[in-house]
Ligand binder design. Sequence first.
Ligand code: HXC
Length: 510
Amino acid sequence: MKDILNELEGRRSAARLGGGQKRIDSQHGRGKLTARERVELLLDAGSFEEFDMFVTHRCTEFGMENQKPAGDGVVTGWGTINGRMVYVFSQDFTVLGGSVSETHAKKICKIMDMAVENGAPVIGINDSGGARIQEGVDSLAGYGEVFQRNIQASGVVPQISVIMGPCAGGAVYSPAMTDFIFMVKDSSYMFVTGPDVVKTVTNEHVTAEELGGAGTHTKKSSVADAAFENDVEALAEVRRLVDFLPLNNRAKPPKRPFFDDPARIETSLDTLVPDNPNQPYDMKELILKIADEGDFYEIQEDFAKNIISGFIRLEGQTVGVVANQPMVLAGVLDIDSARKAARFVRFCDCFDIPILTMVDVPGFLPGTSQEYGGVIKHGAKLLFAYGEATVPKVTVITRKAYGGAYVVMASKHLRADFNYAWPTAEVAVMGAKGATEIIHRADLDDPKKIAQHTKDYEDRFANPFVASERGFIDEVIMPHSTRKRVARAFASLRNKQTQMPWKKHDNIPL
Ligand code: HXC
């Protein structure tokens, strides 16, 4: 018996050593943690239960039968984050470069299947040289099986990808189909084709970092949702994110203890909106002042900054926030901001997270680049996402809500439950100047008359009252009481039930 126990311990130690001390040192030398160290940091201390530690590949090509590392380059299992269950896989770059074999993929598929069956998120830590070259098509089949599971799990359990090394070629498509992608600055990259191929095909000279590093994907492509300084920070932030999310699409988001009066008055909000309607102000200030303990978890902070998205809590319960940001491009909607917000709204709706929308939007960005880029379809994504979302929706218009953008931003017409406006709100078909120039075209040569017409238009329409008279605004509220009003609104919606007509699925404009 003792011999067997010793053998087990010996096998375990060998498996834990992955590709050996030299490769572990090399991993550390690049500022990267090992697959197991990452799992330890991600999960609550001592909570990790491993599967398939002794799985090996079955390849016999290229002498692979003589090289059969236990675990086959990926550590898989489950554990807890602040006591709540998650499944995890962590690719081990020290074992054959973390490359994906048939059996490596099977290990990932096993925990994905269990995650869906048992209703818990999947967190994938990616650090891999891609398809195991010695295995060829078996490896591709393995990827395909993972992709299919990503699709099936989408909208059932939250899926989070953390890119902590190479992730290239078709391998990028598994993270691409997950809900959130985090990257580590300077040590991770994602691209479909690498710098060498790019040079050959397009004659462009780029480094891996420029082509697919964390900066590129958080600022330019929007493939990634956040970038962090190192592995430790990235994993700590995954823990923080998981704390906002439900375990699956049948569970409610977690309710956390809160130490912040839901009726807290914020008198400073009464002067947040400047007297001059063309002067910007920071919408984040409003979000922070509404949130429990000022805690805001921002998603895609560095992309399309004219719209803000992220999670807060109200009375300890998760709420997704979407807000125009007047500080950037006057808070206008454009292709990037519409795509960013639409995806966020759809995530919230999948996982039963109520949505709070703050509106200060002068309209859609004009221009050929927007029209040629398909702003019509991209803008429609956000419209569609809000209209199909059946979770509780509360909207606060702080200032401008003009034209089509007014309708898009969770208006009453898209079945928002509570539509509040501050007294400074201007709900109108367009700004006074533009409207006057059209209606009073005959007076365009007379600046005095135009100024008077503009003032008349402002007096009549640049306010929340016309929309309130129609019932499109439920109530005009005092800015200082916004937290209280919004928290009460969501509290009243906790048992909301709405159904859309039966359909296989919708056809959102992609
Ligand atoms: C097998 C691999 C491997 C792979 C790396 N290794 N990638 N083994 N299959 N794909 C092994 C190396 O042989 C080496 O083994 C160890 O991992 C570390 O690799 P290094 O090259 O020493 O590391 P580094 O210098 O950091 O370079 C990392 C790398 C490079 C950039 C990822 O290894 C690389 O270019 N690998 C090949 C990438 C690739 O072409 N993959 C297939 C793409 S096609 P030893 O024993 O020396 O430690 C693809 C299709 C997916 O992925 C399609 C899905 C549908």
